[in-house]
Design a protein around this ligand. Structure first.
Ligand code: KG4
Ligand code: ZN
Length: 355
């Protein structure tokens, strides 16, 4: 394909953000519009799928219009429509997919389906230098904690994933246990920065010595028991002690100690993965991190240190590309488009990731 100006419109609606973005030649973000539904879900302490899909329906067209307006281009100047079609909440994915298909059909443009989790690993290349491959990829979000060997920007091998809760989910649940707000990640991050990470020795669940999988439910329960005490009674009859009043300092110390344990596990698994790949003679030149938890200040610092210690280039998304967004969908959509990976209108919404 000859070099030319390629504008891709990306659409994202997999969970609780309705987003659209126009990206030029896969790198330059011309617009990045995100309508968050946090206010709608806050009182439930988590995302309610029915409410999410209804809100997507209300927001999707205005968000797309805003993205086009901000980018300052006409629909006729687009080269393709990229859409996150997996993984996610089916009802939510369907809204973005229907909008993408309708636009592609009406404008006579190619449609490109993009895996949301792989797109998180593309976010570090937006408005920045592209990573050198092969790379170790870590996706840390509210729904995913996965480790990949990325041979190139389009080839991912899953090395390990969470067997229970995702790390972002653990952040959100800890915030809910401490009653400090939703979504919890940014709040725990902020409060933890002012606490003592050695105040409580929470467990680091590492699973089998060579395992590259993750488990965060034990850490979450450890925080619950530390705050509330152990339940009395068994099974259906078990009762949690009432929530105690905690001082601000105590909350900050618990946040710091939880956060230290959560991030320690990520770094230990990265080290394990690197050693395993090296022993297999598989080169690694970069570490790419993506997903909502890649906004975390402690993880960003520790990932950079890990890169320095292991002579790896470290690619962390700019803050605006950490959380769910459509620029990462348009960006990876561009790469797929250049690689002639075009979908037809039978493209489906799928709850799980491709790899
Ligand atoms: O990538 P994302 O927007 O959605 C999913 O694909 O799941 O990630 C959202 C998650 C939430 O669990 C949120 O609490 C977490 O990312 N998060 C953070 C931070 N900012 C967002 N976790 C830790 N520290 C942060 N600064
Ligand atoms: Zn995500």
């Amino acid at each position: 394909m000859p070099n030319r100006t390629i504008h891709i419109l990306g659409i994202e609606s997999s969970c609780d953000e309705t987003a659209a973005s126009v990206v030029l030649n896969g790198r330059q973000v011309l617009s990045n519009i995100i309508a968050s539904q946090h206010d709608l879900h806050r009182k439930f302490g988590g995302v309610v799928p029915e409410i999410a899909s209804r809100a997507h329906m209300e927001k999707i067209l205005p968000v797309i219009e805003q993205a086009m307006e901000k980018a300052g281009i006409a629909y006729e100047q687009l080269s393709a429509i990229a859409v996150g079609n997996r993984p996610g909440l089916i009802g939510s994915l369907l809204v973005g997919l229907a909008a993408a298909k309708s636009l592609a059909w009406a404008l006579g443009l190619p449609l490109v389906g993009v895996d949301h989790v792989h797109a998180h690993l593309y976010a570090g290349a937006l408005d920045e230098q592209a990573p050198e491959y092969p790379a170790l990829g870590l996706v840390v979000s509210g729904g995913h904690t996965s480790l990949y060997y990325a041979e190139n920007v389009l080839r991912y091998e899953l090395l390990g994933r969470t067997i229970d809760d995702a790390v972002g989910e653990a952040y959100d649940k800890v915030a809910s246990i401490l009653n400090i707000g939703f979504p919890g990640g940014p709040i725990v991050d902020r409060m933890g920065r002012e606490g003592d990470p050695a105040a409580v020795d929470f467990p680091r669940t590492l699973l089998a010595p060579d395992s590259l999988d993750f488990s965060y439910s034990g850490l979450k329960t450890a925080v619950l028991y530390h705050v509330r005490g152990r339940p009395t009674g068994r099974g259906d009859r078990s009762v949690m002690p009432p929530a105690p009043e905690l001082s601000d300092k105590r909350i900050r110390d618990i946040c710091a100690s939880f956060q230290k344990a959560a991030v320690d596990v990520l770094i230990i698994k990265l080290q394990r993965a690197l050693e395993k790949l090296k022993s297999q003679g598989r080169p690694v030149h970069s570490l790419i991190v993506g997903g909502g938890v890649s906004a975390n200040s402690l993880l960003r610092t520790r990932a950079k240190e890990f890169g320095q210690q292991n002579q790896l280039g470290v690619f962390l998304p700019r803050m605006e590309f950490c959380l769910d967004n459509a620029a990462m969908i348009a960006g990876l959509g561009y790469v797929k488009f250049r690689d002639h990976q075009i979908d037809d209108f039978s493209l489906e919404a799928v709850a799980t990731t491709a790899v």
